[in-house]
Write a protein that binds this ligand. Structure first.
Ligand SMILES: Cc1cc2nc3c(=O)[nH]c(=O)nc-3n(C[C@H](O)[C@H](O)[C@H](O)COP(=O)(O)O)c2cc1C
Length: 212
């Protein structure tokens, strides 16, 4: 299979002035523009973690909040990513929006969000997703699809007389607190714009342009 298709990137441009010393606002703007564009899963990003041998793990999760300058996502704390993050409280987030020819890369420290926030988000989920959180020991082996379905059916029965499904203690949110944010805007002839913002010791950002 030959994969030689070529895209010339012409949909935008980016300079340091657009960051205006505040990369967080630009990140929020790009996320909002992706949402407004009506694309599928506009908040999906690849979360990178490191396992105990130092190998990277990447997988897609959904961004659920950008409050307080943090990227909030929800998952199973005992999953592979959860175990990685409980060991090494650091991670990376990579967004790619092909329609806008944009990428954002974030690196930072990761912490659990307050339990009250996980409770509130869990309560807002559809009942099926809530039952799914109880039914799946995420990242563990399962013998068959039918075993998995049987696990879900057991939870349906278990919660059948309860209006609210309670949040499992092993399920909740993490917040990625950026130390570095890089914006990439595709440009013609592979001469893309890259603006990298690094947190300085005063809580501000040092901003530079990188070669593509
Ligand atoms: C579009 C998309 C969105 C996803 N969103 C989430 C999410 O928000 N949380 C989550 O735990 N897994 C999500 N997943 C599944 C993860 O990619 C992954 O399969 C799962 O979390 C197990 O990862 P782990 O074994 O590395 O912990 C999503 C997958 C896709 C493709």
């Amino acid at each position: 299979m030959s994969l030689h298709s070529r895209t010339d990137y012409t949909r935008g441009q980016l300079d340091a002035a657009q960051v205006q010393g505040d990369p967080w606002s630009l990140l929020q703007r790009w996320v909002k523009e992706a949402v407004d564009a009506g694309i599928h899963d506009p908040t999906a990003f690849t979360l990178s973690t490191l396992d105990e041998r130092g190998f990277p793990h990447g997988r897609v999760v959904l961004l659920r909040d950008t409050r307080d300058g943090e990227l909030v996502f929800f998952t199973n704390y005992q999953s592979e990513k959860g175990r990685d993050l409980e060991r090494i409280h650091k991670g990376g987030a990579t967004f790619f929006w092909p329609h806008a020819e944009r990428q954002i890369r974030v690196r930072g420290t990761v912490k659990r969000v307050p339990e009250s926030e996980s409770d509130a988000y869990f309560a807002s989920r559809p009942r099926g997703s809530q039952l799914g959180a109880w039914s799946s020991d995420q990242s563990e082996r399962v013998e068959s699809r039918s075993d998995l379905d049987a696990s879900y059916e057991r939870q349906e029965v278990r919660f059948s007389d309860q209006e609210q499904v309670t949040r499992p203690q092993h399920w909740g949110g993490y917040a990625l607190v950026p130390v570095e944010i890089e914006f990439w805007q595709g440009r013609a002839s592979r001469m893309h714009d890259r603006i990298r913002c690094i947190r300085d010791e005063h809580g501000g950002w040092s901003i530079s342009r990188l070669q593509p």
